[in-house]
Design a protein around this ligand. Sequence first.
Ligand SMILES: *[C@@H]1O[C@H](CO)[C@@H](O)[C@H](O)[C@H]1NC(C)=O
Ligand SMILES: *[C@@H]1O[C@H](CO)[C@@H](O)[C@H](O)[C@H]1NC(C)=O
Ligand SMILES: *[C@@H]1O[C@H](CO)[C@@H](O)[C@H](O)[C@H]1NC(C)=O
Ligand SMILES: *[C@@H]1O[C@H](CO)[C@@H](O)[C@H](O)[C@H]1NC(C)=O
Length: 696
Amino acid sequence: MAEHCLVYLLLHVICILVSPIPGCHSRSCDKINAAFTVGDDNATYILSGTQFIKYSFVHDSEETVGGLSKLGLSPGLVKPDAAFTMNGAVHILKRCEIFRYRMSGEATFVKEGETTTHSLGLPCDVDAAISWAGHVLAFKGCNIWKYDVSTHQFEPEGPVEKRGLPCNLDAAVQWKSSGAIFVRGAQFWKFDTVMRGPFHTDELNICSWYLCGEADWMREKRVGNMSCNGDERLCPLRLDQVTMAGLHNAGSGYDEVGFGFLNCWLQNHALSINKQMKLGIRHLDIDPCYDTCGLLGTCHSFVCGGSICPIIKQVRSFLRDNKDEVVTINFNHEIVNPEKVFQGLNRQLQTQMGPLLNKKFRQSREKKWPTLGQSIRANKRVFVFYAPVIESSPHNKLYQRYKWIHSENFYGSTWRPFSVHYGCDEVVNLTAARCEVRKSRELVEVSIIPEKGGCIDNMAEKCRPFLHQALRACEGFRFERNDSPNVLLVDYPEVDSGATSSVFHAVYHQNVRNIHKHRSQSCRVKVNAAVRVSQEETLFFIGKKIIVYSHSRRAQVGVRDAPDLYNIDAAYGVPERNAVRIVKGCETWDVDATSLLPLSRERRALVTCNLDAAVVWLSQLHTFKGCNVTTEGSDPTPLVSWGLPCQLDAVLHSDGKLFVFRDNSYWKYTGKGVASLEGHTLDWTIDAVQCGNSNI
Ligand SMILES: *[C@@H]1O[C@H](CO)[C@@H](O)[C@H](O)[C@H]1NC(C)=O
Ligand SMILES: *[C@@H]1O[C@H](CO)[C@@H](O)[C@H](O)[C@H]1NC(C)=O
Ligand SMILES: *[C@@H]1O[C@H](CO)[C@@H](O)[C@H](O)[C@H]1NC(C)=O
Ligand SMILES: *[C@@H]1O[C@H](CO)[C@@H](O)[C@H](O)[C@H]1NC(C)=O
């Protein structure tokens, strides 16, 4: 370890000394040297150093990657200058020479001859060349040459600026059926009918090479205040103690493309990965395969869901824009062709997001997952899982070598085939039973994936009302072991994503319970005050938050902020003024029940300071403090005569009954001197957990 650091430090120092440019990379970039299109197989060959990529426009993805010799090209053509196709022959330019190749068989070339650049009227060291729309153009410095079929010579064609291009291009090539791209360094320009750009070469969906431009932020440590997957209270929790919203068969139908009439059986979601992540997805479940969709794809039975490269890039750009987020990606057991997939995945993941991959768990002697906070501070925010065959020969060589690969065996899934013909109720008991069996796995995935009973979107809709219950059914088994359910896996999370039944809402409230369970030293459930402001809504005052609770949906539906109302002692309704009376310290004042703005500047002094709670019930004000309840105009009565404990947090009057909150318990009181303990405050599906400073 120490040696590694020293070497890294040394490299870094050398790097800074040698290169005064900010963002000096400790890793060399792959640079596109030349590219050409040949035949009518709609493929483009891109050359870099000793390597080539065959790019196919059918799936808009890489199709083959390898060394030049695999194409039949001479190894001497390392770092060629330029390439173009003319009369069916590929011309590769290097220094003052031109090597002519002809395609023989599928995707291999044989040498046909060679000549010099001078013999075609070109200088040595051409930068780039392209055959496009019946013309062949060559570029060097700031100039263009065009091939003249009558003289068989390249003739000067003017400066590159006239075409909207920069000087000193690296490569130029036909792109798709009618376009062309022009590459320089990490940038490219695109021509369809007009020249547009520059764009970053990253947008080309090339993942097997490292084309630079993204390295710096991936190596930066996170400084300053942070939140963790949207909530700073989650920072001290380990990966196995937090819950993430998971996307089943991620990539199957993404980017709004879909499978037409087959969507019923094959499409699992309809938005891009980036959009899913913006909605709150933090776990991707991917069925990887090779060849069906280009190099690496997501396969759903026999069809291609899409290429994996854009998924990796979308995850990365999301992580670039959201520095406090951690994701897990499971390239799961429904893998096809693992010997090729693992190689390809390793290459693409390391090239595209190597610095972000977290290997703490498999490196740690005690096999302990890092906390979200540690992972974000270190900027190691991606946890990758491979199908369990990674642990068997011959794949185990990779597994031993790369500690950032985790076996999918770490995940216990609750999945069991079930049908939703008569509804999805069954999933709750099924989850409980499966979670009990799987509880000692490192991580547990609660899987809400029915097998039968309709189209995928329809089945997802039937199951949505049970997401909260399914997590709750699992949590007890995991809490026993100081863990949590870790993934809630669903189809179509984007449908009704803002509703209380959504996967995001269920995961949020599971995380609230996770925080309460795993941080009992520093966090507690505490409702400062509760007041019903309408038939539909109750406001829960909790520290600095005012939570809007919906009675019809029986859950938190929003959060409001009003700095005047932080950490109040009590609140009760004054319906005739449409007001809420606020009680804090030794003062009381009224605010409008809708806007929460003060109705006047005046604040009145209280006879008794620092009340615990207050409520109007049977037209009389009741105040609570310590072990007493005082009805207006009467003497204090001990709370024990109501069957309640001392030091209450809040009392809510709702539908003629009182609901009494203290820590994570609540009671119902109907006036007969007997309060009944009803359950946990968090059963109201409100975020009532308050913590001390959690930033680490
Ligand atoms: C190549 O693309 C063209 C137009 O995009 C299409 O008509 C043709 O079928 C494609 N060829 C192959 C082999 O896919
Ligand atoms: C960090 O958080 C602390 C405590 O909440 C706050 O006082 C401070 O201003 C924050 N710093 C920044 C840079 O936001
Ligand atoms: C779930 O289990 C409970 C307790 O065993 C049982 O009462 C209930 O009927 C079951 N629900 C379903 C939908 O099977
Ligand atoms: C509760 O009421 C009793 C009797 O009036 C009084 O002696 C006691 O101080 C009160 N306790 C608190 C905490 O207000």
